[in-house]
Design a protein around this ligand. Structure first.
Ligand SMILES: Cc1ncc(C[n+]2csc(CCOP(=O)(O)OP(=O)(O)O)c2C)c(N)n1
Ligand code: SF4
Ligand SMILES: [Mg+2]
Length: 351
């Protein structure tokens, strides 16, 4: 059942992008998740974002851990490279792949259990090293695949489906990513495609570690009264900071918002983000203010969504390590193995 292929035919009048692909060309296999699962909406947003960006599917590597969330790469970009790693180990495998071939776009997909429990150390090091990737956490506050135990992102005082109270403090992955030095940090909601699609596009275009913590209700185990990750709760407490439009290429920037409410953020690949500010005094370039705003809003019971932080001109792991521009898989033996005299020279320098 897990590997049901989707029929290939589609309506001849479906819109095509700059590559001549329809959005169907960015889909994967038929989802086997529960009907109504938030993760499927995130899949749809990823498909839409990649279609709109006219991404060549063979240029994407989608890498995940283990969980319902980590199954989702099977349901989008069926013509891309993909790998399910071990539970919590996506960041290190993605880091290795990225160092070996810097020419691909890296999409890390994970869950709150995968990233905030067993993979917490891996999450932290991926962020602090500035690995060039878009890291999406499909955050439902539970271990969905193993039947709904509280995860480390569940709020203290929230209730399980059977009425049990969570007594542990939550880990906020957005606050962690900000503190650890990630250069693009956002939170969104699977039920808000208008907000999520541009955030995914901007995160893909960003150079460096980009995190989107996407609240994604689990309809089987965490969508009841007393949960702080249910559709109703998130809709009632959602405080959006801003709305985005992503402008690719050299087309003139045209936005129809009132002057003073729009800020243009340049991305390293030549695209721009037109940021419509909903909170006038919020500055997406101020890391410390972002942390303060997040904690203050949390104390007031709000869930802050939107782009919280973006660093223009950020450097990534390749810049920090001064690696060669050519992907390692394209280097010849002469460059990869410079010979005994070069090795002797290195050894001599270490004595
Ligand atoms: C090393 C290891 N430990 C535990 C498990 C069992 N396990 C599988 S998925 C999972 C949690 C998944 O939760 P999350 O990452 O939040 O994904 P969700 O299913 O909620 O989308 C656990 C504990 C495992 N597969 N491997
Ligand atoms: S158990 Fe929860 S997270 Fe897993 S597929 Fe079902 S609704 Fe989604
Ligand atoms: Mg989960």
């Amino acid at each position: 059942m897990t590997y049901l292929a989707k029929p290939k035919f589609h309506h001849p009048s479906l819109p095509v992008n700059a590559l001549g692909f329809t959005h169907r060309d960015y889909e994967g296999k038929i989802s086997t998740l529960c009907a109504g699962c938030g993760h499927d909406s995130i899949t749809a947003s990823i498909v839409q974002a990649c279609f709109e960006l006219s991404i060549q599917p063979h240029r994407v590597a989608k890498i995940s851990g283990i969980g319902c969330s980590s199954k989702t790469p099977d349901y989008f970009l069926g013509n891309s490279h993909g790998l399910n790693t071990v539970h919590g180990r996506m960041p290190s495998v993605l880091t290795g792949a990225n160092l070996a071939n810097r020419d691909l776009l890296y999409l890390g997909v994970s869950g709150d259990g995968d990233s905030a429990s067993i993979g917490f150390g891996q999450f932290a090091h991926g962020m602090r090293r500035g690995v060039n990737m878009l890291y999406i956490v499909e955050n439902n506050g539970v271990y969905g695949l193993t039947k709904g135990q509280f995860s480390a992102t569940a709020d203290r005082g929230s209730k399980s489906k059977r009425g049990q109270r969570n007594e542990d403090s939550p880990i906020d992955l957005v606050a962690m990513a900000l503190q650890l030095g990630a250069s693009f940090v956002a939170r969104s909601f699977s039920g808000d495609k208008d907000q999520l699609v541009p955030l995914i596009k901007a995160g893909i275009a960003h150079k460096g570690a980009a995190l989107i913590d996407c609240i994604s209700p689990c309809v089987a185990f965490n969508n009841h009264a007393g949960s702080t990750r249910s559709f109703d709760y998130v809709r009632e407490h959602n405080e959006a900071l801003n709305r985005l439009d992503v402008i690719t290429g050299r087309a003139p920037i045209k936005v129809d918002y009132a002057p003073g409410t729009v800020e243009i953020v340049e991305q390293h690949d030549g695209s721009s983000i037109a940021l419509r500010k909903l909170k006038q005094d919020y500055d997406v370039h101020d890391r410390h203010a972002a942390i303060t705003h997040l904690l203050t809003s949390q104390a007031a019971g709000e869930i802050v969504t939107g782009l919280l932080y973006a660093e223009e001109g950020a450097q990534d792991l390749h810049d920090a390590m001064n690696t060669v521009e050519t992907p390692l898989n394209a280097l010849g033996e002469a460059e990869l193995c410079p010979g005994t005299s070069a090795l002797n020279k290195i050894n001599a320098g270490l004595r």
